[in-house]
Write a protein that binds this ligand. Sequence first.
Ligand code: NA7
Length: 579
Amino acid sequence: MSQHDYDVVVVGAGFAGLYQLYKLRALGFRVRLYEAGAELGGIWYWNCYPGARVDTHVPMYEFGLEEIWSEWNWSERFPGWEELRRYFEFVDRKLDLRRDIQFNTRVSGATFDTAGNQWQIELDPGETVRAKFMVLCVGFGSKIFIPEMKGLERFEGACHHTARWPQQGLDFKGKRVAVIGTGASGVQVAQVASREAAQLTVFQRTPCLALPMRQQKLDAATLAEWKKGYPERYAKRRDTFGGFDFNLLEGSALAVSDAERKAKYQELWDEGGFHFWIGTWMEVLTNEAVNRTAYDFWRDKTRARIKDPAIADVLAPMEPPYPFGTKRPSLEQGYFEIFDQDNVRLVDLNADPIEEITARGIRTRSGEQAFDVIVLATGFDAVSGGLTNIDIRGTRGQTLKQRWVEGTRTYLGMATAGFPNLLYLYGPQSPSGFCNGPSCAELQGDWVLRCLSDLREKNIDRIEATEMAEAVWGQIVQGLGEMTLFPRANSWYMGANVPGKPREMLNYPGGLALYLQQCEAVADKGYEGFALDREPVPPTLHQGQPVFEVARLMAALQASHAADACAISPENENAGGVA
Ligand code: NA7
């Protein structure tokens, strides 16, 4: 009789965890899924604030499983949280998932039992289970971030982080509402509050370079037509930068005239969603001069929508606050227009910082304002926080948090030395932040499924990333990152939104396609870079081996850097905007 309770314990019931459960079960693994929330959906369980909506269009934002998409019809191109919850209920019914899920159960810790090659997993409320493998699917945003704000506990009104919104809802009607933070969540909640609240004040620290969502209502006839092309669209995801059904543009932004570049920007702008971000030229993200043309285009389009020039200077300044696209753009639906309404006020925290939260409201340098509701749209200890939040103790007695105290260390963004038989999805040093949930869940998830199946077939009980492979992977991720403009922004991509968190490139910036090629090559070579069972470290990694094929991309990026600045004259740069 086997000594462990399960072959695999999966943590988290969002897209990634549910996909693992469904597929692992089909492969004959004994699997159990634990979920801290009371229902399926992952972030869509927690993020039920007014206006919460996905920023990836369907059908990219749904399972590519035909048994699901063939029967499910969305009502909108970018669905809201209520519809997403209904979708997960449907998925549950179709795939019969619930019988292997334990809700309201947080995985609080885990210890690796070296003798038995298994994880002892502690659950809260108290219980311990044993599993040979643990697959963490806790998402990029499961650990919320609330900045230190003097007096926050004194506030007598309602105060909630967007990702801990009361499940029973909270009505803004007739209330005085404050929104702190202007990322995706802040923008969405502010749009709703501007319609419902008696008075809305948005506290902005950094301008949000939000893009037009271009929402679209969908009907059965449209979807029936679309569905004919779904298999090709899903297949295309693995060949693209961001796991979408569109890709970066081919060729160089420097090889086209200003007029051609602007015409292309206009096309991408009209498409809506993320087309203007990761459907553009790679050079927008790597070359400062090209980036400036994209910023100027965005700025001029946006300023044209704001009546008051002083407000326009705060929302869409003449000079870029950071290179365009180096913070994940939010998608908006009339966001910039709300600031022309009489009931909406914008506070620029750089000019008028918050001094304290009082019992009645918020005191900034210029004075106190009373509120009934404070919305903390302040984001997450993103990408790594959900993993380090669990007290996972590896073979060296160290927790994952301790191991990553000076920066994350992973191999392929899915494994860490000293933590055998532990794999994670959407993790640091994987492309998760530039991608979308379902694409990562399925494509990165397929690699995990392949790995666990291969190990079972070969009777291998233990897999562990080597420190050497980890070091190489870290160099690739940071090296690629340095060739981009991402390090120039204080974003969660860089771990820079949480004070004290090491500043590093937290996401693999080479694109999903290249990432998957590298992962597949590692598996094809018998899990190169991993130690299997108790074998000594496998063959030395060296230049020329698949994991290094990234050199091609690095060379291309270097060439683009060399061409920087000189290719776009200052006059042309300024001409980049279109009114
Ligand atoms: P984000 O994108 O991390 O946004 C958090 C916002 O909170 C952002 O505007 C921050 O300003 C702001 N913030 C953080 N700390 C403070 C303090 N101390 N004072 C004022 N403002 C602050 O989180 P979201 O939840 O909106 O979105 C996360 C992802 O979910 C998003 O990218 C989508 O993929 C979906 P900052 O820009 O740091 O100056």
